[in-house]
Design a protein around this ligand. Structure first.
Ligand code: XUL
Ligand code: CO
Length: 442
């Protein structure tokens, strides 16, 4: 299919040139064709581009309007503009060599004055996306519905005190699921949007959580009815836009899903900036999800700890990503998930070229982290240290504790008898931090 005229005429497909690359517009660590364990790096990383940031982001912030003006934002009506914009997006995917994309319904197609009109717009753009996917080989990592921008959702969608808003949101997600299914989406994401509260003075917390669960059950049932085989994902975030979001972090997400019998249908889409907003590290959230076999996908970005809000920056922190990668690889990878760059350009980064620099930086940092994590795991030094640290639970009375054969009385007998006082053992944190630095910096 014809996607010309080229929207990025000055930029060629980004080549892998290795760590000594002479050009800024080249990969230093991400070689999509490199084979690792019988699979290409492209297949391992499953990089995805967030449509909302890269193709709908304008650089606006609470203090001023957008700064980024794209030449492709023209056309006779909003649906035509949406299609041209999408051509630019798929050209970008090909040049940056990202095999997946992710969208909200309202990112790709304009909201109409009625739900029927919005659905019509969405269907028209989805048909266009389907052709572009076929022509380029780019696939859909996940779809989702924007249940937070329109004023009707100011008090939430499924947790809105008005059942009418719940019904509207249900109808919207029904169409978003249809769109995701039509485009072969491998996952469907629920990020809480405004599912939370500003004040308990006007909020029935229990009812809102019950309604959120009812909504998710309806989504699961509908997905089943249309034969959608993708993975459902919850994306936790502790605050912003509401003061308290119900999907606070992975641990509270697990408790919620189990409480309402949804734990078999959902995994987690973990976002770095959301983890740090919750007072956790990125790696912590991954470990908590992995510990319950609920690690699904990653929204790859970072925050700025000095700012303290969801700045959604491209992550170039190799140390943070290497630690995260060790946990992801130990968990067996992301399955149908991927690394979705839910990250946006800084407000003054107004050139089309900046979009390339941003994604090159993110992809290279993740690819390098992947390689370092593989080396760390292959060497096994940290793993054997940790295994040794818990070895007392592998034999004797420790094994009895781990296997449920011990009890307070049997243990008391041991301590009063031959065991006596335990011998303190060092946790060796500084030694381990130095070991990690040796992997990162030689
Ligand atoms: C918001 C956020 C969303 C979700 C999709 O903080 O991360 O963009 O990823 O709704
Ligand atoms: Co996100």
């Amino acid at each position: 299919m014809k996607t010309s005229p080229a929207h990025f005429p000055k930029i060629k497909t980004i080549a892998y040139e290795g760590p000594g690359a002479a050009h800024a517009l080249a990969f230093r660590h991400y070689n999509p064709d490199e084979i690792v364990d019988g699979k290409s790096l492209s297949e391992h990383m499953r990089f995805s581009i967030a449509y909302w940031h890269s193709f709908r982001g304008t650089g606006s912030d609470p203090f001023g309007p957008g700064t980024i003006v794209r030449p492709w934002e023209t056309g006779k009506d909003p649906v035509s503009v949406a299609k041209v914009r999408m051509n630019a997006a798929f050209e970008f995917h090909q040049k940056i060599r990202a095999p997946f994309w992710a969208f909200h319904d309202r990112d790709i197609a304009p909201e109409g004055s009625t739900l029927a009109q919005s659905n019509k717009n969405l269907e028209a753009v989805v048909a266009h996306a389907k052709q572009l996917q076929k022509a380029t080989g780019v696939k859909l990592l996940w779809g989702t519905a924007n249940l937070f921008s329109h004023p009707r959702y100011m008090c939430g969608a499924s947790t809105n005190p008005d059942a009418h808003v719940f019904a509207y949101a249900a109808a919207q997600v029904k169409s978003a699921l249809d769109a995701t299914q039509e485009l072969g989406g491998e996952n469907y994401v629920f990020w809480g949007g405004r599912e939370g509260y500003e004040t308990l003075l006007n909020t029935n917390l229990k009812r809102e959580q019950d309604h959120l669960a009812a909504f998710l059950h309806m989504a699961v049932d509908y997905a089943k009815s249309i034969g959608f085989k993708g993975q459902f994902l919850i994306e936790p975030k502790p605050k912003e836009p509401t003061k308290h979001q119900y999907d606070f972090d992975v641990a509270s997400g697990i408790a919620f899903l189990r409480t309402y019998g949804l734990e078999k249908q959902f995994k987690f889409n973990i976002e770095t900036n959301h983890a740090t907003l919750a007072g956790h590290t990125f790696q912590h959230e991954i470990e908590v999800a992995a510990s319950q076999n609920m690690l699904g996908s990653i929204d790859a970005n970072s925050g700025d700890l000095l700012l303290g809000w969801d700045t959604d920056q491209f992550n170039t922190d190799v140390k943070e990503l290497t630690l995260a990668m060790t946990s992801i690889l130990k968990a067996g990878g992301l399955g149908s998930g991927g690394f979705n760059f839910d990250a946006k350009l800084r407000r003054p980064s107004i050139d089309a070229e900046d979009l390339f620099h941003a994604h090159i930086g993110g992809m290279d940092a993740y690819a390098l982290a992947f390689k370092l994590a593989r080396k760390i795991l292959a060497d096994g030094k940290f793993d054997s240290f940790v295994a040794d640290r818990y070895a007392s639970f592998d034999t004797g009375f420790g094994k009895d504790i781990a296997t449920g054969k011990a009890n307070f009385k049997s243990l008391e007998k041991l301590v009063l008898g031959k065991l006596g006082e335990p011998t303190p053992k060092s946790g060796k944190q500084e030694y381990l931090e130095n070991l990690l630095n040796a992997y990162l910096h030689g």
